[in-house]
Design a protein around this ligand. Sequence first.
Ligand code: ATP
Length: 411
Amino acid sequence: MLIGIDDTDSPAGMCTTYLGAVLVRRLIREHMRVREARLVRLNPNVTFKTRGNAAVCLDAEGDPEKGFGLACEIVEELADFSCEKTNPGVVVAEQRLDPAFYQKAVTDFCEIEEAVAILDAAGARYRGWKNRRGLVGATAAVASVLPDRTYEVLAYRDPARWGTQREVDKESLFACEEATFPHTWDTVDFANRVVVCVPHTPDPVLFGIRGESPAWVMTARSVIDSEKPALEQIWVTNQGTDSHLLIGKCGELREGLSYCVRGMVDGRPVTGEGGHVMFAIRDGEATIRCMAYEPTKNFREIVRALVPGDDVVVAGSYKKGSINLEKFCLVAPARDTEQKAPVCTACGKRMTSDGRGKGYKCRKCGAHAKDPEVHELPRTLTAGWYEVPPTARRHLAKPLCRGSPEIPADR
Ligand code: ATP
């Protein structure tokens, strides 16, 4: 059976993955084998999410009625029902559901009724609490197929410590990443000297180590010095796989979806108030704004080095008319040039503008020239992919150490 659970937490606490990890132990106690614990991240732009829009699915062997009972029991026991935005859902299916629903939930928006129709058609057991929105994520988790998968070991705190300062030795986290990167990633951010894998919210997670295989995440985990976790669970995930990205085209993007779009840089990047950097890309008549916000730190320096005419692919979520950059590829760098008034051929003095569109004039001898001097400027950016630092990475975004997206066909 496949047990899906979602929407159990609130900003004040709890975490659906913790609830899933506790359920794994309860199923095992009832002599049910758990073949896989899966953590899927869904569309990062849904407004109902608490934090990272996660849902879980446990693949277990045993009596589905019993499994359903245990899953509902644990939701009633642990979910934070006090929060208006917490609307849990539990699904138990005896076969995988249509993967198209998972694809839609990770890239687009789904209705609760769509999930219910799929569950009814498959004869699945399900229960939704309050407005039942959690059924969307629970159904998507059960329907998920992961052609590309990564792993995360999540360590959970003793309930007595929830809400208190986490004790995790910072240096051991840096040592851990040094020992296992690029087979693990986003444990720390070396360039910004920031710990990434320890949350600051009052939930049960102590830390999470992401990597290519259970062996790599456990090797990394063994280096970490911390308070004693109450529970540890290795999850199979779609994190770091770019599953949320669709191929898009300038002028045809939908609000709240995430894309890879190819275009030509249109004008020089501009730095706005608060330090965000923006530029536009153009494809024919259509343009889109691309944004690198302050939390993307040093990535903004790279973005500032783009020049008009650069052929680029940008990747990120489309929100309020902008692509919020997760990474970009400089496919073909343009020549960067600077124009200056020419030197007078008659007297050797630098000319000055004779007015807009009127060429240049020598103030000394009165000679006239039509064209400016054009100087080629050196480029600091070479062709290739560039990404935000680990501290600004979204759960689904694939780090470049795992590979890069295919370049969409020429415009
Ligand atoms: P948790 O740790 O509880 O999973 P979270 O940050 O992952 O916290 P949720 O509390 O799960 O957020 O809230 C997300 C809600 O949005 C859930 O009810 C889920 O069913 C729903 N949801 C997820 N993806 C979509 C989607 N693509 N379309 C519509 N609803 C969605």
